[in-house]
Design a protein around this ligand. Structure first.
Ligand SMILES: Cc1ncc(COP(=O)(O)O)c(C=O)c1O
Length: 399
């Protein structure tokens, strides 16, 4: 962060990817040059090396590179055998890809409500959505904050469910060592919590789907995604499905239809290079979040995201009174300060999902959609810019 920089009124964007490239140009160009000179552009040693690096980092036996986070979700569900007639319980408050993947494999998305503090799946509401047809849980680690995986794991164990993490927004986050709500007290799902304590997001369920879209906490310079899993059969099926269902031991033999969802070598090389600073970037975003916390101190009409040690802050999403959000966003835009609404329409209300939806939007998600406003957060954001953004929000709320 540029603490020493003089105050300016320059535009503030949500992200600064050009700044990242400038700061790490030599390492990135090295990676790109290596791939260009290798002449191997899809799959191959760069993809193998990136997969191995992620598997080691997350402490999972399998990492399978694919084309996008959307494909990672869909292929993971297919690989787990989830399809027509099955129900998958997920969150109504996410990007469309989460529910789209469920619908695309022919299963039915069932929407439980989110927790009012974290905006992640509320396990009590999940329990109420389970039916004899429920086959899987699909929690999202929204905005980089891990979902309540211990409680979800308890439900999954009790009901024999497959757990697929949508970790698209949370590479670099870790599950807390202790329960943030009860600090390990009597309400804690102690067994599951011990099993998950301190583990990386992506290693908390049976499988996980990552997106490496450029804006993500680990972002490629194009589309890319990955499935991580503890399950040998899921990994094997995913490896086949990403290349048209082809049989690894017999070229041009296809026993099942799959997809063209290979990870390309340039993205893999860039991503593996970026692993060197992904934790520093997360820590820098956490410092930005702390600055926002201080800058919003005493602003009673602003709800801040829970500041937990495990939060990777893909987004810094505040909530303001519903009727004021557009005015706040307009005031920010007028001052050349970016903001975004993640997400203005809950998934059950998305027109494209109407044929698949059986649940009305639950109340906490419905309310959140009217109030959320994401503010700029990235490793190069200066304190003065954070202060300007927060000041503009506070002033807009007072006027
Ligand atoms: C929660 C969530 N799931 C899935 C995806 C899909 O990832 P991709 O854009 O790489 O397909 C995204 C991407 O925005 C996301 O935010």
């Amino acid at each position: 962060m540029s603490d020493a920089a003089p105050p300016t009124d320059a535009p503030v964007a949500m992200l600064d990817l050009a700044g990242e490239v400038a700061d790490h140009e030599a390492a990135l160009l090295d990676a790109v040059t290596r791939v260009l000179r290798s002449g191997q552009f899809v799959g191959g040693p760069e993809v193998d090396a990136f997969e191995a690096a992620v598997a080691e980092r997350l402490d999972v036996p399998h990492a399978v590179g694919v084309n996008s986070g959307t494909d990672a979700l869909r292929i993971a569900l297919e690989a787990a055998g989830i399809g027509p007639g099955d129900e998958v319980v997920t969150t109504p408050f996410s990007f469309i890809a989460t529910a789209e993947a469920i619908a695309r494999v022919g299963a039915t998305p069932r929407f439980a409500d989110v927790d009012p503090d974290t905006l992640n799946l509320d396990p009590t509401s999940v329990a109420a959505r389970l039916t004899p047809r429920t086959r899987a849980l699909l929690p999202v680690h929204l905005f980089g904050l891990p979902a309540d995986m211990a409680a979800l794991r308890d439900l999954a164990v009790a009901h024999d469910l497959f757990v697929l993490e949508d970790a698209a927004q949370a590479f670099g986050a870790h599950y807390p060592a202790r329960c943030a709500r009860c600090d390990g007290g009597p309400r804690c799902s102690a067994g599951s919590r011990d099993a998950l304590a301190g583990r990386a997001v992506g290693a908390l369920g049976h499988a996980a789907a990552f997106s490496f879209y450029p804006t993500k906490t680990l972002g490629a310079y194009g589309d890319a995604g990955m499935i991580t899993t503890h399950d040998d059969a899921v990994a094997d099926a995913a490896r086949r499905l990403r290349v048209h269902g082809s049989t690894p031991t017999e070229k041009y033999r296809h026993e099942a239809l799959g997809h063209n969802s290979r990870l390309d070598a340039l993205q893999a090389a860039i991503l593996r290079t970026k692993l060197a600073w992904v934790d520093d970037d997360r820590d820098a975003r956490r410092r930005v979040a702390e600055r926002y916390r201080a800058a919003f101190d005493g602003a009673d009409d602003v709800t801040l995201p829970p500041h937990r040690p495990e939060h990777a802050y893909h987004q810094y999403t505040i909530r303001v009174p519903a009727g004021r959000r557009d005015a706040v966003a307009a005031a920010l835009a007028a001052a050349d300060l970016a903001s975004a609404r993640f997400y203005p329409i809950p998934l059950p209300d998305q027109p494209a999902l109407a044929p698949y939806v059986v649940d009305a939007t639950p109340p906490v998600a419905a309310e959140a959609a009217t109030r959320v406003l994401s503010l700029p957060i990235h490793p190069r954001l200066g304190d003065d810019d954070v202060d300007r953004v927060a000041r503009t929000v506070r002033t807009a709320l007072r006027s």
